[in-house]
Design a protein around this ligand. Structure first.
Ligand code: ATP
Ligand code: MG
Length: 175
């Protein structure tokens, strides 16, 4: 995963996430949670609150005493797809998301511009969909335990990969 201008990562920063457990260690405020936010963001997260910000533009490097703010944030995630977990004919899949300070936002899959929906559909059968239940934040376990039956059904539907079809159906019915 490469971050450019995302939150505290003003300079291009690449992290290699190997199979198994990766630990991110550092002092308070050094950007550990920002790494997790970047992962959620590049996979299509739409909630500013889930990204611990007030508005979506808050993901763009806001500047520090010694460094001016940037005009855009970009995260590029390259996934090893040799096991074919993603329904696409490539052994390596690159998803990128760019956001500009004027509000514009772009997504690409393997360098080809696409819609958010395309990213969501690509990921939705892999168990790492938009609802991000693979990212368990502080306090989230409590939320799952105290979820309403409807919300709990949502978790299960996402895990089972039927959410995509329900969303498509809802969209078709709206037309
Ligand atoms: P803790 O151990 O307390 O959980 P952490 O390592 O998880 O800390 P983060 O929350 O990832 O820290 O990073 C917080 C830092 O990121 C703060 O210093 C904050 O100013 C900085 N930050 C967040 N958004 C931006 C932004 N848009 N531009 C510049 N810096 C930012
Ligand atoms: Mg943190």
């Amino acid at each position: 995963m490469t971050l450019r201008g995302f939150k505290s990562f003003a300079s291009s920063t690449t992290l290699r996430l190997e199979p198994g457990i990766t630990c991110v260690v550092g002092p308070n405020g050094s950007g550990k949670s920002n790494v997790v936010d970047a992962l959620a963001w590049v996979m299509g997260e739409q909630g500013a609150k889930s990204l611990r910000g007030g508005k979506m533009e808050d993901v763009i490097f806001a500047g520090t005493a010694g460094r001016p703010a940037l005009g855009r944030a970009e995260v590029v995630l390259t996934i090893d797809n040799t096991d074919g977990a993603l329904p696409i004919e490539y052994s390596e899949v690159t998803i990128s998301r760019t956001m500009f300070r004027n509000g514009g936002s772009e997504y690409a899959i393997n360098g080809q511009g696409c819609r958010l929906l395309d990213v969501q559909e690509l990921l939705s059968d892999s168990g790492i969909g938009r609802e991000m239940h693979v990212i368990v934040g502080q306090g989230q376990l409590d939320a799952v335990l105290s979820a309403t039956p409807e919300d709990r059904r949502g978790f299960i539907e996402e895990a089972a990969g039927v959410l995509k079809h329900r969303k498509r159906k809802e969209k078709a019915l709206r037309k």
